[in-house]
Every structure is written in structure tokens, then in C-alpha cells.
Write a protein that binds this ligand. Structure first.
Ligand SMILES: Cc1cc2nc3c(=O)[nH]c(=O)nc-3n(C[C@H](O)[C@H](O)[C@H](O)COP(=O)(O)O)c2cc1C
Length: 256
């Protein structure tokens, strides 16, 4: 597969796309994405699926309120209902797939609400829950006028940098932390609500979400992935957990 960019540039250039060309993905792309999904399901315990022809759940006014057109392929994010971290994991691994798709030049959009969930393709096993879906495919290079209008309607004003960090130490932030904050500012979130923020207390960075809306924990998983990639390190699963910075000097701060 030929990548058009690295993960950091994918974080910077991704925006939600709601217009697709209605064509099936090539066999090569389906198999590449299928392999990634097998690996992520193995790592996470989720049961993510790639559906080749899911247009009937989206296309048409009554399905997605007319917000989407030309949807064909779809990533379905689901897993065991009793998994404590189900939503967060769907966010984290779903966003891995979104960034992978962006690197390959494909359009994507996270979707929790605006599709027909009653379609038989979304039927889950008894002990499983469907969390979100992500249409994936070729989109016009530039956002269309219709996409721009929908974006302006479904996109709250972005929060300023200061709202993403509660700096109890009142110190100047190191470059890696500043890079991580900027990467969270670029993370997709439901209606651009941007519910995830960081705390710096006694030199320790932790990540939080109020967990009030049904999608807040999905947004937490997405934001964790962005922060890890930009700042270099990892979070354990959970809300309010500390960040562990990698020892090796391998951060991307200069790119933010
Ligand atoms: C968990 C989640 C659920 C979302 N649900 C929908 C949805 O149901 N319909 C929709 O059109 N967009 C949906 N979005 C896309 C957001 O509106 C979009 O990510 C946000 O406005 C930020 O815009 P951007 O992705 O272009 O940066 C969702 C995003 C996330 C992360």
C-alpha cells in the first residue's frame, strides 16, 4: 500500500467527509483494512467489522437526514456489552482506522447517530453492543458546498487551547505536552463537543472526560490515541488516568 502521509500529518489533515463516490473499495484496500481490523480485534477484544456494501443504511433522506451521500463501505465498531472499556476502545481503535484511511487518501466520518440502526447488517450477538460506525471511501478532493454547510451545522465552535489543560502547577508546558494538546484539539468528537481535557498536577499529566454524554468515552479513546502519537508515550485504559511518556526521544513536537 502506498501511504500519502505519516500519522501526524493524517491527524492534521483529517476532517469528517460526508460525500463519497458510491464505489466499492479495491480488493487490495479491502484486504489491507481487513488485516488491520483482524489485528486490532485481537489486541482489543472488540469485534470490529468492515462491511463492503452498507449504502442502504445511509443513503437517502430518511436514513441519514440527507447528511451523507454515496456511502458504500462501512467500519462497524462493536464489542462485548460487559467490557468496562468498550466505548473507549472503540474510540481508540476506530481512530487508528480513521488515520490509516486518511494516510491512504480515503475519506471517513465518525457516526453515532445519523444512520439507520435497524438495518439487519447491524444486528449484534446477544452480548454485544454497537457503538459507532465509520463510512469509508473515496471523497472529492475538496469538501463540497453541501459538506461545508453540514459541517457548519454539526460542528460547535472549537475551544481555545487553554481549555484543554488544567495546569495546577502553573508551569510553562514542555514541547511534547504542547504538541499533545494540539493533537487533541484536532481530534474528531461528537458535534465537535471536545469533552476531553488534561490535568497537570505535581508534574503528572492525566486525561479526563466528564462522561456525561453517551459519546464522551468514545471521544476519550480518540483523544488518547492522538495524544500518544504526538507526545510519544501511552495511557492505560480508563478515565482520569496518568500519561506515561516514552523514554526514547521520539516525539513529533516540532511538527505541531
Ligand atoms: C463519537 C462521534 C460521533 C459522531 N456522530 C456523528 C453523527 O452521528 N453524524 C455526523 O454527521 N457526524 C458525526 N460525528 C462527526 C462530528 O460531527 C465531527 O467529528 C466534529 O464536528 C468535528 O469535525 P471534524 O471531524 O471535521 O474535525 C461524530 C464524531 C464522533 C467522534
Amino acid at each position: 500500500m502506498t501511504y500519502k502521509m505519516d500519522e501526524i500529518n493524517a491527524i492534521k489533515s483529517r476532517i469528517s467527509r460526508r460525500q463519497f463516490d458510491g464505489q466499492a473499495l479495491s480488493k487490495e484496500l479491502m484486504s489491507h483494512l481487513g488485516d488491520k481490523i483482524v489485528a486490532y480485534n485481537h489486541e482489543s477484544g472488540l469485534s470490529i467489522q468492515l462491511i463492503e456494501d452498507a449504502g442502504r443504511a445511509f443513503n437517502g433522506l430518511r436514513k441519514s437526514y440527507g447528511m451523507f451521500s454515496g456511502v458504500k463501505s462501512l467500519i462497524v465498531l462493536k464489542g462485548a456489552t460487559n467490557d468496562l472499556y468498550l466505548k473507549e476502545k472503540c474510540g481508540y481503535f476506530g481512530e487508528r482506522l480513521v488515520l490509516e484511511a486518511t494516510r491512504l487518501g480515503l475519506g471517513t466520518c465518525w457516526v453515532a447517530g445519523t444512520f439507520d440502526k435497524t438495518e439487519s447488517m447491524f444486528k449484534c450477538d446477544e452480548n454485544e453492543s454497537l457503538i459507532c460506525v465509520i463510512p469509508i471511501g473515496n471523497s472529492p478532493t475538496e469538501a463540497t458546498t453541501k459538506e461545508k454547510i453540514i459541517r457548519s451545522l454539526s460542528h460547535r465552535k472549537s475551544k481555545p487551547y487553554e481549555r484543554f489543560i488544567n495546569n495546577r502547577d502553573l508551569t510553562e508546558l514542555p514541547d511534547w505536552l504542547s504538541a499533545g494538546i494540539k493533537s487533541i484539539m484536532l481530534a474528531p468528537s461528537a458535534v465537535n463537543s471536545q469533552p476531553v481535557y488534561l490535568e497537570l498536577r505535581e508534574g503528572q499529566v492525566s486525561i479526563h472526560t466528564p462522561d456525561k454524554k453517551a459519546t464522551d468515552l468514545v471521544d476519550l479513546g480518540i483523544a488518547k490515541l492522538h495524544f500518544e502519537l504526538a507526545a510519544g508515550g501511552s495511557f492505560p485504559r480508563g478515565n482520569g488516568v496518568p500519561f506515561f511518556k516514552s523514554k526514547e526521544k521520539d516525539s513529533f513536537e516540532s511538527e505541531f
